[in-house]
Design a protein around this ligand. Structure first.
Ligand code: SAH
Length: 256
């Protein structure tokens, strides 16, 4: 009998933000295949059952084919496997690909949602991704690709026109490119923008500016991945509430 694979989202990193189900599965699984993004949640994974399929010491990514193959191999050996991913497995997490691979190989699986960084990361910084006074839509996009190339998979011009919140994943490096494309598409240069780095991890940092200034702010503060970018009027709510925002994560690390 084949085992079963649980595609589990860890949430943004704080172990207390794991779902009760995720915690139970991590404790009872035979093997936990993970990358680095679950961050501090990984403290709950026993060393003996942890297998790191994230970035290797040399900086190389474990190829997705290896992870797919390993999941099938372990399941065929009858194991119960947790495939632990940061945030939600189906939001820029390749969970979709892994699920299809498992189904194609006749392996049973279950999806266990986690709170995605785009929602949780904004929230812990005092930024609601929707707010009745400001916007009625939110788009989650990848900033990984070159937004200036002709056939960008993200239609930044269209996003600029929606007036909704834009949450960019993997968008630290290309910040100068897509903020420029948005400005060229007519987005107000004064539009509030926030960067939230390592949300809910110890040492979380938040940096805020506008479409016009955020690149300088990024460089000044030295924001690095993993971080999300929140673009839109909701990003300014932080300034109105932050004096009373008390979460466990931010300490003197926040520089604004
Ligand atoms: N499946 C994940 C996203 C994986 S893509 C999710 O649902 O959250 C990797 C990107 O996610 C990072 O580059 C960053 O943009 C974002 N991310 C994940 N965890 C984060 C965290 N704790 N703080 C800030 N950004 C995070």
């Amino acid at each position: 009998m084949s085992g079963k694979v649980y595609l589990v989202g860890s949430g943004p990193g704080d172990p207390e933000l794991l779902t009760v189900k995720a915690k139970r599965l991590i404790e009872t699984a035979d093997v936990v295949l993970h990358d680095k993004l679950p961050g501090p949640s990984l403290d709950l994974v026993d060393d003996e059952k942890a297998e790191d399929v994230g970035k290797r010491a040399g900086g190389e990514w474990t190829p997705q084919e290896y992870t797919n193959k390993r999941l099938v191999e372990l399941a065929e050996a009858g194991k119960t496997i947790v495939r632990l991913k940061g945030g939600d497995p189906f939001v820029f997490g390749r969970g979709g690909e892994e699920m299809e691979h498992l189904a194609a190989n006749e392996i049973e699986f279950e999806y266990v949602p986690g709170v995605t960084a785009g929602v949780a990361g904004a929230g812990v910084a005092g930024i609601p991704v929707t707010h009745r006074a400001h916007n009625s839509s939110v788009s989650f996009v990848t900033g990984h690709e070159d937004p200036t190339k002709e056939e960008s998979a993200v239609n930044w011009q269209a996003l600029a026109a929606t007036g909704g919140t834009i949450v960019v994943y993997m968008g630290v490096g290309k910040l100068p490119d897509y903020t420029q494309v948005l400005a060229d598409a007519g987005m107000d240069p004064e539009t509030p923008v926030a960067l939230v780095e390592r949300a809910t991890w110890p040492g979380q940092r938040v940096a805020t500016g506008t479409l016009d200034t955020i690149v300088d702010v990024r460089d000044e503060v030295g924001i690095e991945p993993p971080a999300i970018t929140v673009i839109g009027p909701v990003a300014a709510t932080r300034d109105r509430v932050k004096a009373f925002l008390r979460n466990d994560y931010e300490s003197s690390h926040s520089r604004e």
